[in-house]
Ligand binder design. Structure first.
Ligand SMILES: Cc1cc2nc3c(=O)[nH]c(=O)nc-3n(C[C@H](O)[C@H](O)[C@H](O)COP(=O)(O)O)c2cc1C
Length: 322
């Protein structure tokens, strides 16, 4: 660590590397909470982000679950969207076209490397995942994030992520055909997160990201019914942060590949907790609903922290608390 604050005042190095891809800083959007950035681009300077992680994309359009499918909870929310999306063809024409133009503009304006594009992939069967991965192989996509952890989809999806052998198998099969580096997104709804992280690594994953939402339920006492039409939903937000930090710590202790941490991040301090616990990068999820530019203020706050503490490289902080 460099303690000469004057040296780094202008230039703390926030860049990190995941699967051989350099990100200008370690802050990304969490899948499903930022669309593909289009809806947010009037309010948030996307060029400042480390990466935009898209909402889950499947081989064919998915309708999602019936409403109501979101509910407020103490310090968080439940969702049971069910991975509604227009399918990979529309996604490539519309969302990827938008994101790649954006990256070109960022480079031309010399505002840094611009955000990396990470596409979140979902499916009911291994074949459906493979179809999307193959379709994306020649598209302007920097990394793939494979969602084997959605609690709101009945068939497939989470089942792969809750069994170490299946997780290793699906990782291997995806890695065999993927042209981009692969991040496996892990579910917290397991007994031993370290075992799942090891299984993804053994299958050849370039990184793991965690946590997806925790399975929850809310009941309307007056109406004596479930609040969500799906009955159960995924819990996210500050309420899950201590669980997420603990799991990121355990996963980072178990594997050598980079860990991307998320769960209730709303400030630089929150993000730094994950980094100190072992995360190489972090994602801001549903706190974006509260304040659209949360991810950008996390980046600014991180820079301030590094200057204040005389830290030259953000990567020096990864796993610094043991
Ligand atoms: C409304 C909503 C939609 C989500 N959609 C996806 C998705 O499509 N794919 C995925 O891997 N995770 C999805 N997630 C999970 C988030 O990416 C993240 O892992 C989780 O919400 C924890 O982070 P947070 O507490 O900061 O929101 C979704 C979360 C929310 C709240």
């Amino acid at each position: 660590m460099n303690t000469d604050k004057n040296n780094i005042e202008n230039m703390p190095d926030l860049s990190v590397e995941i699967g051989g891809v350099r990100l200008q800083n370690p802050v990304m959007t969490a899948s499903g909470t930022f669309g593909s950035g289009m809806e947010y681009s009037d309010f948030v300077d996307l060029s400042k982000l480390g990466a935009v992680v898209t909402k889950g994309v499947s081989a064919v359009p998915w309708e999602g679950n019936p409403t109501p499918r979101v509910a407020e909870t103490p310090s968080g929310m439940l969702n049971a969207i069910g991975l509604q999306n227009p399918g990979v063809e529309v996604f490539c024409e519309r969302d990827l076209a938008f994101l790649s133009n954006y990256r070109t503009k960022a480079a031309a304006d010399a505002v840094g490397d611009g955000p990396r594009v990470i596409v979140n992939v979902c499916g009911h069967t291994v074949e459906e995942y493979l179809e999307v991965v193959e379709r994306l192989s020649d598209e302007p996509v920097d990394l793939l994030e494979i969602n084997v952890s959605c609690p709101n989809v009945k068939a497939g999806a989470i089942q792969f992520g809750q069994n170490a052998d299946s997780l290793m198998d699906v990782t291997q099969r995806i890695k065999r055909i993927a042209k981009q580096p692969v991040i496996m997104k892990l579910t917290p709804n397991v007994t031993d997160i370290a075992e799942m992280a090891r299984a993804a690594e053994a299958g050849g994953a370039d990184a793991v990201s965690l946590i997806n939402t925790l399975l929850g339920m809310k009941i309307d006492v007056e109406r004596r019914t479930f609040v969500l039409a799906n009955r159960t939903g995924g819990l996210s937000g500050p309420a899950i942060r201590p669980v997420a930090v603990r799991m990121v710590y355990q996963a980072a202790q178990a594997v050598k590949i980079p860990v991307i941490g998320m769960g209730g991040i709303g400030s630089a301090e929150d993000a730094l907790e994950f980094i100190l616990a072992g995360a190489t990068a972090v994602a801001v999820g549903c706190m974006t609903f509260h304040e659209p530019a949360t991810a950008v203020s996390v980046i600014d706050g991180m820079k301030d922290y590094m200057i204040r503490h005389g830290i030259e490289r953000i990567s020096d902080l990864t796993g610094a608390v043991r």
